[in-house]
Design a protein around this ligand. Structure first.
Ligand SMILES: [Mg+2]
Length: 126
C-alpha cells in the first residue's frame, strides 16, 4: 500500500517538482495551494500520512497551518516536513516547537526530500 503525501505550497512549480520526486518512489500525492486549502482537504477526510509544507503562503501560511494541526482535532500526530526558502531562526524555532519534524530548504534536492519523507513514515530504504 502506498503512502500518501500532501504537498502544501502556493507555487505550482514547486508542487509539481515535489510530486514528481515522490511519485517516482511510489508515493501517492495530494496537492494543496495554501494552508487553508490543506486544512479543508484534511478536515474533509483526505487520508494523509505525511505533509510537506511551505511557510510563506497566502490565506493561511505554514506556521498558522501547523498551529491548527497541533490543536485538538485529530491531526496532532501527522508528521510535517517544512520545505521553504525561509531561514529566519525564530520561524524555524516556532515550527519546531509546533512539532515540525524536518526542515528542507528550496531549491530542494529530490533525494534528500524523498529520504526525509521516508524517515517520517519509517520506511526502510533498501
Ligand atoms: Mg510560498
Amino acid at each position: 500500500m502506498s503512502h500518501v503525501v500532501m504537498i502544501v505550497d502556493d507555487s505550482r512549480m514547486i508542487r509539481m517538482q515535489v510530486c514528481r520526486a515522490l511519485q517516482g518512489q511510489g508515493f501517492r500525492t495530494v496537492e494543496a495551494a495554501d494552508g487553508q486549502d490543506a486544512w479543508e482537504k484534511l478536515t474533509r477526510g483526505e487520508p494523509i500520512d505525511v505533509m510537506v509544507c511551505d511557510v510563506n503562503m497566502p490565506r493561511m501560511n505554514g506556521i498558522e497551518l501547523l498551529e491548527k494541526l497541533r490543536s485538538p482535532g485529530g491531526f496532532e500526530d501527522l508528521p510535517v516536513v517544512m520545505l521553504t526558502t525561509e531561514g529566519d531562526p525564530d520561524i524555524v524555532r516556532r515550527a519546531r516547537s509546533l512539532g515540525a519534524k524536518g526542515w528542507l530548504v528550496k531549491p530542494f534536492q529530490a533525494e534528500l526530500l524523498v529520504a526525509t519523507v521516508q524517515r517520517m513514515i519509517g520506511v526502510v530504504v533498501s
